[in-house]
Design a protein around this ligand. Structure first.
Ligand code: CA
Ligand code: CA
Length: 349
């Protein structure tokens, strides 16, 4: 496997010059609340409390081995919660003790995307997230069903100090209703706009025209975002594209969890709905012409490792199987592999 590409570096010196018709790829970036967690629960702890709330020992005298404020769970591993995302304003907890707030899935995924994907000039990219409302510290209230306490957001450090974790993004109510939300339209010069969502800084107070940021809050509407992607390609990306008979179109879904909005009777993801959403993209026809949009899937973190459901989405979306990774290197490898596949595709220039 090739190492991650640096900015401006061509993927392989032996490849022909970049095609004139650049493939277009919509990156669907998971902004569910669990993106503030560590990719996997790697830190062990000693669990002493007798009747822990929610099966967890919070207090230091009940457990040992976890970072301050992070509970030890029943299986003697620390909870994955970082209460942040590695950004300047919400760094979160340093789980691995390396002195850096580099522990959340959100931080790692942003770094991997910036270093690997956005250095590739042979593609045109756009950016979509799971739908969120935005406003000045809009995410400042919330009730955890099953919890005794009021909590505010994934960004609230235990013991949930009032408004401590308020953020400018709220996905709780609308992520399932709306599915995906386009942040940056696909374009050849979209890299700067995309990077501004992943540079770990944000304008405060909230400014719709300022520097904003991807944050983790809300559910995981995979099927809904694939349908949002379909609408985008069908109504905007493809109709205005004079090279639509040549250009390959792609969705790259980066998710850390299974579908949580459209579920089957057993509570798990509704596989038929998910496969249909990916298949509809693959079978898309615009103006009577077949204009397939293939869907790549990357499962990130221990919650999706080896997921048959994600594999099935990728298969229905025309890319055989999902990629998986639980650290930045693995994520970079998956991204490089996908990019290689995309830019070596036949085109009809
Ligand atoms: Ca760290
Ligand atoms: Ca930003």
């Amino acid at each position: 496997m090739a190492p991650p590409l640096d900015q401006g570096q061509t993927p392989d010196a032996a490849l022909p010059a970049p095609a004139l018709t650049k493939p277009r790829m919509l990156v669907v970036f998971d902004t569910s609340g669990s993106m503030t967690w560590t990719p996997r629960r790697a830190r062990q702890c000693v669990w002493n409390c007798g009747m822990p709330q929610q099966g967890a020992c919070y207090a230091d005298n009940d457990a040992s081995g976890c970072p301050p404020g992070v509970p030890c769970l029943e299986d003697s591993f620390c909870a994955p919660w970082t209460y942040g995302d590695g950004s300047a304003d919400y760094p979160g907890v340093d789980h691995d003790g390396n002195g850096l707030a580099d522990d959340s899935r959100m931080f790692i995924a942003k770094e991997a995307l910036r270093s690997t994907l956005l250095g590739v000039t042979e593609l045109e990219f756009g950016l979509m997230r799971y739908a969120q409302e935005e406003g000045d510290l809009i995410r400042s209230t919330g009730i955890c069903s099953g919890c005794e306490q009021l909590f505010r957001s994934q960004y609230d450090a235990y013991p949930f100090a009032i408004d401590e974790g308020a953020i400018n993004y709220d996905g709780q109510l609308i992520s399932c209703q709306r599915g995906g939300e386009l942040l940056v339209p696909i374009a050849d010069d979209a890299r700067g706009a995309i990077v501004s969502w992943m540079d770990h800084v944000e304008t405060f107070p909230y400014d719709v025209s300022g520097n904003r940021e991807l944050r983790g809050d809300g559910n995981t509407p995979i099927a809904g975002s694939l349908r949002s992607a379909l609408t985008l390609f069908r109504d905007q990306v493809i109709p205005g594209d004079e090279r639509q008979n040549c250009r390959p179109y792609f969705v790259l879904l980066l998710t850390d969890g299974e579908e949580t909005c459209e579920t089957a009777a057993d509570g798990g993801p509704d596989q038929a709905v998910l496969e249909a959403a990916a298949r509809d993209l693959l079978e898309l026809r615009v103006e009577g012409r077949a204009t397939p949009v293939r869907t790549f899937v990357i499962g990130f973190g221990e919650d999706t490792e080896g997921s048959a459901t994600l594999d099935a989405i990728a298969a229905a979306g025309g890319t055989d199987q999902a990629h998986f990774g639980s650290d930045e290197m693995a994520l970079q490898r998956a991204l490089s592999e996908i990019i290689q596949q995309v830019i070596t595709q036949e085109s009809c220039n």
